[in-house]
Design a protein. Structure first.
Length: 251
């Protein structure tokens, strides 16, 4: 019977047993399932006369696609006569490890677990706000001021929520890269306190009880170009008036 590569579903559904066991994907790559439920990517290879073992990190933090990418990088190093377990900082090891490339692997690794619309928004945010500044840089050349410069550009638009989401995405990509062995630190960890604080929310003043009849009369006349949307808005406000909850009985 021919060998069949592993499927993502097999890795996801692998259950612990009394003893550790392996799920093979070919090319030396396998998933080691421990009795405590931990799942670890390993790659067995030979360098010279020695048999060696590479560690790629835990599943699901490192998905099947990312593990295969790591295997491909290791095979490439071996084809050049280099030990993939060698110094990660050497120029040959950095080839292809740009922020945009690793971000694509990170996104592909998690996209199947996200709502498609949300996954699309995350990628669009990276393309619009992050890649123009960091996309072409090597992952381990990026430092905190580089990331802060990206954040400042977003803050200039007044989009403070977007700037925080962008920082979160960049941090998640770096955590993925650290687990994959492509870099050693996350520059976003040093940005606490550097982001512009959100302005204080100013709530509308309460509506006095005596003004409620006038408000309800105006609400009944409320119209927009989209009549269906008007009806939804009116009904939502009326429901809020009927179901509101207050911590203080006085109005």
């Amino acid at each position: 019977m021919p060998f069949m590569p592993m499927k993502e579903l097999q890795a996801r559904n692998a259950r612990p047993r009394e003893k550790p066991y392996k799920l093979a994907d070919g090319g030396g790559l396998f998933l080691l399932v421990q009795p405590n439920g931990t799942k670890l990517w390993r790659m067995k290879y030979r360098f010279g006369t020695k048999e060696k073992l590479l560690s790629f990190g835990p599943y699901p933090e490192i998905g099947l696609v990312a593990a295969r990418e790591l295997r491909m990088n290791a095979k490439h190093a071996l084809s050049l006569g280099e030990d993939p377990m060698g110094d990660l900082a050497r120029p040959a090891a950095k080839e292809g490890r740009t922020f945009a490339r690793i971000a694509a692997l990170w996104h592909e690794n998690r996209a199947s677990s996200l709502d498609p619309a949300h996954a699309s928004r995350v990628w669009s945010r990276l393309e619009r706000d992050v890649f123009p500044f960091l996309g072409g840089m090597f992952i381990d050349d990026i430092n905190p001021p580089d990331v802060l410069a990206v954040i400042r550009q977003i803050e200039k638009r007044g989009a403070l929520d977007v700037s925080r989401r962008a920082k979160q995405c960049v941090g998640q990509i770096f955590q993925f890269a650290i687990a994959s062995g492509w870099t050693k630190s996350d520059p976003t960890a040093h940005l606490r306190g550097a982001l512009k604080p959100k302005p204080r929310v100013e709530h509308m003043s309460r509506l006095p009880t005596a003004d409620l009849p006038h408000f309800l009369a105006k609400l009944s006349r409320y119209t927009e170009e989209n009549s269906r949307r008007s009806q939804v808005t009116r009904n939502a406000l009326r429901f809020a008036l009927l179901a509101w909850v207050r911590t203080n009985a006085r109005v």
